[in-house]
Ligand binder design. Structure first.
Ligand SMILES: *Cc1c(COP(=O)(O)O)cnc(C)c1O
Length: 366
């Protein structure tokens, strides 16, 4: 008969993150791989981060600070938010899991947007919740549609802003109107993994909402802009009542000592942050100009990636790109058959991606 697993395990599938570079080298027998598929910061991390990690003497023999005090103080000061409103996790992936743990009972509903970050669905399914998908309108998150999808069983609404994989965002006024209409017993999670790149004036100023609404939970990460994806650290900003619940379910020592130290150093290096932002803007302009010149439609991006319509199967084009040592993400993985999502990297990486992509499109056109 074998071991009897939980009922909720029956239909669960394991989450498929982007491939790691070694996978590709092994599969395609190539030495060099350009990976612009997981929105990592290929500009690297601040030299101050490396220095801070090197400075660590024997602190690592002790368990890390469960309250993450130094980083908590630093963020609270920088963002002007009371430090009691912060919670830290082993990346925002973990915090999303913990949120579903404290919010979703079997049969509860969670609302997600079509074409968004896949983990919201996974964490709902793991807790035995029901996923309610709201179609997008012109590749934009449809907030009015999400309001209409609310039922008596709705427990949480997940909004990625700017949205991954489209790269666009809902504005301050749109979100404000939405929040004023969501019943306050429903949690609204705003995943701002790319907020540091969204310099648009009408991008939501969530600080204002956190003061007004007790049901909003904002997520940020050090994995993207700060270049610390391999170190694993992210945080939530929310009302103290949410933070208290998260502390009850979190694993002890979930945020390791190196990650805490690295994150503090990353926040302190303003010069490096400005450099990354400039590099990203230049790269984004380069991609957008290249696509425009070739007549390819793209979604204007407020992130470190671009979504572009290549008018043919993303699956086969990306497979061909892999063979030539370039890894970008096929939109097929997000339900967008003819699109590809390209992370913005260093100048030479971006140029290689465009060159290889256009080469393959030319070959197909023949
Ligand atoms: C990359 C990403 C995450 C994961 O962040 P980690 O902090 O590395 O766990 C979460 N949400 C979105 C939308 C992302 O794109």
């Amino acid at each position: 008969m074998g071991i009897q697993f939980k009922e909720s395990m029956k239909d669960l599938k394991s989450f498929k993150p982007a491939k790691v570079i070694q996978d590709i080298k092994d599969t395609y027998q190539i030495q060099e791989v350009i990976k612009l598929a997981a929105n990592e910061n290929t500009f690297g991390a601040s030299p101050k981060v490396l220095a801070a990690i090197r400075e660590i003497d024997d602190e690592f023999i002790r368990y890390p600070d469960g309250k993450v005090r130094i980083l908590r103080n630093k963020l609270a000061e920088l963002q002007g938010i009371p430090e009691e409103k912060y919670f830290f996790g082993n990346g925002s992936f973990e915090i999303l899991s913990l949120l579903s743990k404290i919010l979703i009972d079997e049969g509860d509903e969670s609302i997600v947007s079509e074409t968004s970050f896949g983990w919201y669905k996974s964490v709902t399914a793991i807790e035995g919740g029901k996923i309610v998908v709201v179609p997008q309108v012109n590749l934009r998150v449809n907030l009015p549609g999400m309001l209409e999808a609310i039922t008596e069983r709705t427990k949480v609404i997940w909004i990625c802003n700017p949205n991954n994989p489209t790269g666009n965002y809902v504005t301050h006024d749109e979100l404000k109107d939405f929040l004023s209409k969501v019943p306050n017993h429903i949690a609204v999670v705003i995943d701002e993994a790319y907020a540091e790149y969204a310099t648009n004036e009408d991008f939501p100023r969530v600080n204002e909402f956190i003061q007004t609404y007790e049901n909003i939970i904002v997520l940020r990460t050090f994995s993207k802009f700060y270049g610390l994806a391999g170190v694993r650290i992210g945080y939530a900003i929310a009302n103290e009542s949410v933070i208290d619940e998260l502390f009850k379910v979190k694993m002890p020592h979930n945020v390791n000592a190196l990650a805490q130290k690295a994150a503090v150093a990353a926040l302190e290096d303003i010069e490096f942050q400005e450099k990354c932002l400039r590099n990203n803007i230049e790269g984004r302009n380069y991609y957008e100009t290249s696509f425009r010149n070739r007549g390819l439609e793209f979604v204007p991006s407020s992130t470190n990636f671009v979504l572009v319509n290549i008018n043919c199967s993303s699956k086969s084009v990306c497979e061909e790109m892999l063979k030539r040592g370039v890894y970008i993400r096929p939109g097929a993985e997000f339900g967008l058959e003819n699109y590809v999502r390209i992370s913005i990297g260093r100048k030479e990486e971006n140029e290689k991606v465009v060159e290889t992509l256009f080469e393959i499109l030319d070959e197909q056109d023949k």
